[in-house]
Design a protein around this ligand. Structure first.
Ligand code: HEM
Length: 499
């Protein structure tokens, strides 16, 4: 008992001393940092941020400016809240801010140090980005695999048709997640991983869902790094089970493909074939561990983000029936009602593209982007940002900046019709995929998947809210997490209208 008491007192003293030292350290560096809220000892501004950081950080930026510093627990953080400042960080000083602040839950993955999302911007990260940009997410590769995704849309329509005939309602978020998973798995592995008819356990999807769920939980270890070894909320331990399971499943799929290749079976020319070819050609520079890790990255980074975006687009269309009618009219005029929409139709559908952009402006799926990190001391606008400072880019706040966007909180797809603003990060007022060297490498595929699925759902069906709910009665609020989810799942009733 005495020993336990001694241990407790020592731990308390250590933590208090560490806290005071860090606080003193913070005071000395804070003189050169951008302005910001002072914060309390030890916890800093954590309580001011609360559970809606995108909103609270925007409010704080109104008081302290678009380049603001604060302390979140023991983590010095700089928050960027204007397009001009985002341009400084993501374009002019991109090289200095391309590091990552790695959340503790991500370190539960056995090979997290191979993940393209968390690697520092060194040679391995550059190799992985080169493979993604030049071998996988190219127009030619994506075009070559679009037939597979069109097939998934036929299955989706068939499934929703059955629901519509039975007069049931659809949980759009669930449907979007399951379908995105199949779009990804057919593009990556040429297989279906989810049975749309069953909402029971489906291992691959469930593992990724749990990884995202745990990644979204506020974690003390992220704000007080000295607590990391203790994993007080058991987040790392719990999520490790899902990471391990995901890797076992990926390993099985890769092993099977290697066997087929040895037997000389026909090639699929999907992402997996491309990665295995590259690995064979480049040997140790890109070995089997890296193939598996990149495959896991694609599913973790690509599934929840894409399906959340689809749910938001559908939510805004149901909330704004006049915009839904316009989007459906465009589809009827351009495609007619006698054939299904295909991915190759999308470039002609200007209004649909504007709808997708506008929904992603109002509800950027990753509202603070992934946390960036200064890789060296950087001079920025007369301030010094010390090495290792975490940098959050509030893409959500920037997309609602009234000095860039007229009537910023309204859903007006028309604003994108006569505009050259695209997803490629050239306009710093619109950053749903980020910008600069860390921009989302999956963007070309993501935009195709979101547009194709929304177009298919509104081309083949009319949608109504359940229980006679009127569009203006819909709750369109959000819930902060790794991805910005709808606070209440979108449920709607489909009515077949394709002849
Ligand atoms: C609508 C869907 C998607 C959205 C909104 C989205 C958004 C983002 C954002 C904001 C980032 C961080 C950028 C930054 O920190 O500056 C990111 C990173 C990333 N995304 Fe996406 N993404 C989507 C879909 C996808 C897909 C389909 C894939 C792959 C199949 C993918 C793969 C990645 C990867 C690997 C990274 C990390 C890149 C790095 O750190 O170098 N994403 N995404």
């Amino acid at each position: 008992m005495e020993f336990f008491y001694l241990l407790l007192c020592t731990s308390f003293l250590l933590i208090a001393t560490h806290g005071l030292l860090s606080f003193r350290n913070w005071l000395s560096i804070s003189r050169k940092l951008p302005p910001g809220p002072f914060g309390l000892p030890i916890v800093g501004s954590l309580f001011q941020i609360g559970d809606r950081p995108h909103e609270s950080l925007m409010a704080l930026a109104h008081a302290h400016g678009p380049l603001m510093s604060l302390r979140l627990g023991f983590v010095t953080t700089v928050v960027v809240s204007s397009a001009d400042m985002a341009k400084e960080i993501l374009q002019k000083k991109d090289h200095a801010f391309a590091g990552r602040a790695i959340p503790d839950s991500a370190t539960a993955e056995a090979n997290y140090e191979l993940s393209v999302a968390w690697l520092p911007p060194g040679p391995l990260w550059r190799t992985l980005r080169k493979i993604l940009n030049t071998q996988i997410m190219t127009i030619q590769r994506l075009d070559a695999l679009q037939g597979l995704r069109n097939k998934k849309m036929v299955e989706l329509v068939q499934h929703v048709r059955e629901i519509s005939v039975a007069g049931r309602e659809v949980n759009i978020g669930w449907l979007a997640f399951a379908t995105t998973f199949n779009l990804l798995s057919s593009t990556v592995f040429s297989i279906n991983l989810v049975d749309l008819k069953s909402d029971g356990a489906q291992e691959f999807k469930d593992a990724v869902s749990r990884i995202m769920e745990f990644a979204g939980k506020p974690n003390l270890s992220d704000y007080f790094p000295f607590l990391r070894p203790f994993d007080l909320q058991q987040i790392r331990r719990s999520v490790k089970v899902s990471y391990d399971r995901l890797h076992v499943l990926i390993n099985e799929i890769v092993n099977q493909r290697l066997q087929y290749r040895e037997l000389g079976c026909a090639r699929n020319e999907d992402f997996l074939d491309v990665l295995l070819d590259y690995s064979q050609e480049h040997g140790p520079e890109f070995d089997r561990r890296q193939v598996n890790s990149l495959l896991a990255d694609l599913f973790i980074a690509g599934s929840d983000t894409t399906s959340t975006a689809i749910e938001w687009v559908m939510a805004e269309l149901l909330h704004n029936p006049d915009k839904m009618a316009k989007a459906q009219k465009e589809l009827a005029d351009m495609i007619g009602t006698r054939r299904a929409i295909e991915e190759s139709d999308i470039p002609q559908l200007c209004y649909l593209q504007a709808v997708v952009k506008e929904a992603m402006r109002l509800h950027p799926t990753v509202p603070l982007l992934l946390p960036h990190r200064a890789v060296a001391d950087v001079e920025l606008c007369g301030f010094i940002i010390p090495k290792n400072t975490q940098v959050l880019i509030n893409a959500w706040a920037i997309a609602r900046d009234a000095s860039i966007w007229e009537d910023p909180t309204s859903f007006k797809p028309e604003r994108f019709l006569r505009s050259d603003v695209d997803f490629r990060g050239g306009n710093f007022g619109f950053l749903p995929f980020g910008a600069g060297r860390r921009i989302c490498p999956g963007m070309p595929l993501a935009v195709r998947m979101v547009s194709l699925m929304v177009a298919t759902l509104i081309h083949s069906f009319d949608w109504k809210l359940p229980n006679g709910m009127l569009p203006h009665e819909m709750d369109i609020s959000d819930r902060f997490g790794v991805t910005l989810q709808k606070a209440y799942p979108l449920v709607a009733v489909p009515f077949l209208h394709l002849v």
